[in-house]
Design a protein around this ligand. Structure first.
Ligand code: SF4
Ligand code: SF4
Length: 138
């Protein structure tokens, strides 16, 4: 006699609803607390200590000595969270964003502190310097 040990299980499951998440028609499966998603960089909190540059195993950070900040290329990030843990001013945090696919590795959504923002920041520093000099003279 042929034995079909799984037959009863198969028959039971045929009558059940599928257990599949139909993403992207539905929302993705919720992420757990402390999920390691896209890094967020708070430029204003950064003091340019370079700890993140030293610990990052993937070379995501480039230090910008002229402004004492960093710029990030997230296309290389391996989501290890070491930079977040080491940052003394909490200028880095991990979000729960994980839908990061793109056609362009230089996509701006994978970058923090872009060339335009760096130039803008330099302009602000220059203005502040000039304002201080004027205040000193008066
Ligand atoms: S999470 Fe890891 S790989 Fe990504 S930027 Fe931070 S240290 Fe680098
Ligand atoms: S570790 Fe934090 S404060 Fe230091 S350079 Fe990196 S982002 Fe800035």
């Amino acid at each position: 006699m042929i034995k079909l040990p799984l037959l009863s299980t198969v028959l039971k499951n045929i009558a059940k609803r599928p257990a599949t998440n139909l993403f992207p028609k539905t929302d993705p499966v919720p992420v757990p607390e402390d999920f390691r998603g896209k890094i967020i960089y708070h430029v204003d909190k950064c003091v340019g200590c370079r700890m993140c540059v030293m610990v990052c195993p993937a070379g995501v950070f480039i230090y910008l000595p002229e402004v004492r900040k960093v710029t990030l290329w997230l296309g290389r990030c391996v989501f290890c969270k070491q930079c977040v843990d080491v940052c003394p001013t909490r200028a880095l945090e991990m979000s729960d964003e994980f839908l990061l696919a793109t056609y362009d590795k230089y996509d701006k959504k994978l970058r923090w502190f872009t060339e335009e923002e760096i130039e803008e920041y330099k302009r602000k520093l220059e203005e502040q310097k000039k304002a201080k000099e004027v205040a000193k003279k008066s």
